[in-house]
Design a protein around this ligand. Sequence first.
Ligand SMILES: Nc1ccn([C@@H]2O[C@H](COP(=O)(O)OP(=O)(O)OP(=O)(O)O)[C@@H](O)[C@H]2O)c(=O)n1
Ligand SMILES: C[C@](O)(CO)[C@H](O)COP(=O)(O)O
Length: 374
Amino acid sequence: MTTAAIIVAAGRGTRAGGEIPKQWQSLAGRPVLAHTLDAFAGLRRVLVIHPDDRARANALAPGVEIVTGGATRAQSVRNALESLAESGVDKVLIHDGARPLVSPAQIARIVDALETSPAAAPALAVTDALWKGAEGRVIGTQSREGLWRAQTPQGFRFTGILAAHRAFVGDAADDVEVAMAAGLPVAIVPGEETNLKLTFPGDFARAEAILKGARMDIRLGNGFDVHAFTEGDHVWLCGVKVPHGKALLGHSDADVGMHALTDAIYGALAMGDIGRHFPPSDPQWKGAASHIFLQHAIDMAREMGFALMNCDVTLICERPKIGPHAELMRQALATIMGVAVERVSVKATTSERLGFTGREEGIAALATATLVRP
Ligand SMILES: Nc1ccn([C@@H]2O[C@H](COP(=O)(O)OP(=O)(O)OP(=O)(O)O)[C@@H](O)[C@H]2O)c(=O)n1
Ligand SMILES: C[C@](O)(CO)[C@H](O)COP(=O)(O)O
């Protein structure tokens, strides 16, 4: 079973304007058609172009079959179908070059639907009220019941759509119209709001915003740490000195909460852990204040372009009681990291007197951190 994709790009994009046709204009630094063709990588691809765009097409699309289009969209599609007539292709997806944001999931849904239907096309149900208007005034209303906004790729079993186009006379808004004229049943497959067609100049900014959103890098990291109790009269927890009948044992100040948070940030960056950046074998970190570690992790995140969206630290101990200090701890961590305190959570739990924390042999902490690079 071979599936081919026909990308129609022979229009002139008059509504979009610009010095060159819209499909050759830049979107997020690359020609619109580069995005569209990438979406169909892995399939046999036929690009339908205007004769004036031959040089651009040769430069853009090595390995892609190029066919010259016609005066109407329907004629452009027909030319591509004819070029595949003897190819043995059995399914064909017909897609607007001007829809560069089509997703792999959308393409897969259409291909799957062709297993049970000779034709399938994506669409979104109309959700706005519809009016009839003339001369700037509403002159009537129109029920939206059963109305759909058609998108592409529209998929067909090859022999059916080739015969339908050969029999069709005139222009058609899309290939579903051609298929319907030939009596082919067409299944409606859920479309995607992001699969917009670049039609007017403002559509480029919308598409860039969608692409930027899709590229947003969101990272989640977790950290876990344990320190044993030793003799002493206070512990450092999340940057706060808490009076207690014992101290925590460690190479540094043993701030177990801050260590877990620091490791969560390193983890989100896939940059190892505290031990890698501050080896315990190195005497210079003996007794070090743990804010040095947290500061290092957050600085590294910023250098890599990330901002901390939120973090959440859980301290696990029977004593000291954390509740009375939790707000101060949030403030301390937020100040060290240079973020709003609303993004920082500190909470605690006991382990119901079970295990080493239950026996008050030490304190454990776990933390998560979310980092985002726009
Ligand atoms: N003779 C044509 C006309 C259109 N198309 C393609 O069909 C798709 C959808 O058409 P549309 O958005 O209307 O593009 P244009 O015809 O280029 O736009 P306009 O009507 O604003 O000139 C586009 O990818 C366009 O390049 C085509 O291949 N051949
Ligand atoms: C095929 C199509 O994209 C379906 O929405 C659309 O009909 C083609 O664009 P046009 O603006 O109607 O020419």
